[in-house]
Design a protein around this ligand. Structure first.
Ligand code: NAP
Length: 456
């Protein structure tokens, strides 16, 4: 069975791992990636100061060393290679392209200068080649981060870390310089519901209390649980949520110790507008105070009370969730921002039946939820559906199954095709540069990579 996987992030590698672990049928897997470097969110999403999470790449290397695996980097689906091309060479094509853009707040002023998405900032500080030229005005002293998920926490932490803390990470060099020169002093994390409902997890909240150069606080009356939240917490009987609430209540009781920066966690407030100055730059965010009511299915929803407040800030990051983007010739559910599917089989929106040979895994399959490891069972489900379809004879036989034929085609379309051996050579260079400066790695730019490989 010949399989093409489009997108070399965690879901792509976990899918390859599952397919290649089988004795029968023998599977040949080609993993295609539009960027020169693999690893998707592990390289370009996971925060630089969360080095341990990145060790999962060792298991990706083990997958790549299995017979039957090939990596083709620097080749973009929809540009150098089309769905029709892949259908001619493979029994099955699986999209693992993640969620590459962000959701919006939908409020006036959202496009003012100084208002950005967290996805852009995260990709920028992680050296993503398509985001490295962005600029963030870190001469701002006050910053609001809208949303209280783990991405919002990453953004807040990166803004609050001291240069010394950042210097030992693999943050992009230009971002390290910009963050060193940062004048940010106050960061506000803004949650629209209460502490029980906040999407961030306890270990991430705990880490906020351990920052070297930043005090953390919460507003006492916002972390006192209302009767509905108390009931929700008791019903859930979930230790992790209890721990999270305790940590937040602890922060509300903490007196600032005089560290240079201050991070404030707010709850039950929604942004209603961004206010600009004469030059069109953000100068404040207007918040409305919410209360919680039981919505459909008992889920607690935030309802505005009408009481507003104005928070002076010069920089705003919205961190209200990622969103998938459509791919050429592939069905897309605009409402959910995913490829419509049933357990990984892509569904034709007209017939509502599976499209033979098309599959999805990861965030583009289920939406942007869970941690890196969540993609393992998710990819296994898709891999198993694919194999079951192959064994049942439901997959159309490709016209050109010879592995050499697709490689020839890709090299014609992209003379600078990057193999896994190329990547391992680049990986070694990045690690060696890191060792020389006490960092896990120093990331190469796309241009440096291409030059190193002799591509112009
Ligand atoms: P998320 O966990 O879905 O959090 C999104 C946050 O945005 C929620 O607090 C949500 O509040 C809020 N929100 C949505 N719409 C809003 C609006 N219009 N106004 C105000 N707030 C709004 O998404 P994420 O932080 O992007 O993370 C994505 C996934 O990656 C998550 O599963 C996360 O755990 C994972 N991740 C994990 C780590 C880690 O393990 N360290 C790091 C980063 C990311 P409501 O709940 O009220 O909707």
């Amino acid at each position: 069975m010949r399989v093409a996987i489009v997108g070399a992030g965690p879901a792509g590698f976990f899918l390859a791992e599952r397919l290649l672990a089988r004795a029968e049928p023998a599977v040949g897997v080609d993993l295609l990636e539009r960027l020169p470097a693999p690893h998707g969110l592990v390289r370009f999403g996971v925060a630089p100061d969360h080095e341990k999470i990145k060790s999962v790449t060792r298991s990706f290397d083990a997958v790549a060393s299995r017979p039957g695996f090939r990596y083709f980097g620097n080749v973009e689906f929809g540009a150098e290679v089309s769905l029709a091309d892949l259908a001619r060479h493979y029994h099955a094509v699986c999209f693992t392209t993640g969620a590459q853009t962000d959701r919006r707040m939908g409020i006036p002023g959202e496009d003012l200068a100084g208002s950005h998405s967290a996805t852009e900032f995260v990709a920028w500080y992680n050296g993503h080649p398509r985001f490295r030229s962005l600029a963030f005005d870190l001469s701002a002293e006050r910053v609001a981060v809208v949303g209280v998920g783990n991405v919002a926490v990453d953004v807040a932490r990166m803004l609050c870390r001291t240069p010394a803390e950042l210097a030992g990470t693999d943050v992009a060099d230009y971002a390290l310089d910009a963050l060193r020169a940062s004048r940010v002093r106050e960061v506000w994390l803004l949650g629209r519901r209460g502490p029980v409902q906040a999407a961030f997890t306890a270990p991430e909240v705990k880490e906020l209390g351990e920052l070297e150069g930043c005090d953390v606080r919460a507003v006492p009356e916002e972390v006192v649980l209302d009767p509905l939240s108390r009931a929700e917490l008791e019903r859930a009987d979930d230790r992790a949520t209890r721990r999270k609430v305790e940590l937040l209540q602890g922060y509300a009781a903490r007196a600032p110790s005089g560290k240079p920066k201050l991070l404030t966690l707010r709850f039950l407030v929604s942004p209603v507008a961004l206010e600009g100055d004469a030059a069109g730059r953000v100068r404040a965010i207007t918040l409305v105070r919410n209360e919680l009511v039981a919505g459909p299915g008992g889920v607690l929803a935030a309802v505005p009370t009408g009481r507003t407040e104005r928070l002076p800030v010069e920089l705003v990051f919205r961190s209200v969730g990622y969103r998938g983007v459509p791919l050429p010739d592939v069905p897309f559910d605009e409402r959910l921002g995913i490829i419509p599917n049933a357990a990984g089989r892509v569904i034709d929106p007209h017939t509502l039946h599976p499209t033979p040979g098309l599959y999805v895994a990861g965030w583009i399959k289920r939406g942007p939820s869970g941690v890196i490891g969540t993609n393992k069972p998710d990819a296994a489900e898709t891999a198993d559906a694919m194999v079951a379809d192959f064994e049942a004879g439901r997959l159309p036989a490709p016209a050109e199954p010879d592995p050499a034929a697709i490689e020839r085609l890709l090299r014609e379309r992209q003379p600078c095709l990057i193999t896994f051996d190329d990547w391992k050579m680049l990986d070694r260079i990045e690690s060696e540069r890191g060792q020389a400066s006490g960092r896990p790695r120093v990331k190469m730019t796309e241009q440096e990579i291409l030059t190193k490989l002799g591509c112009t």
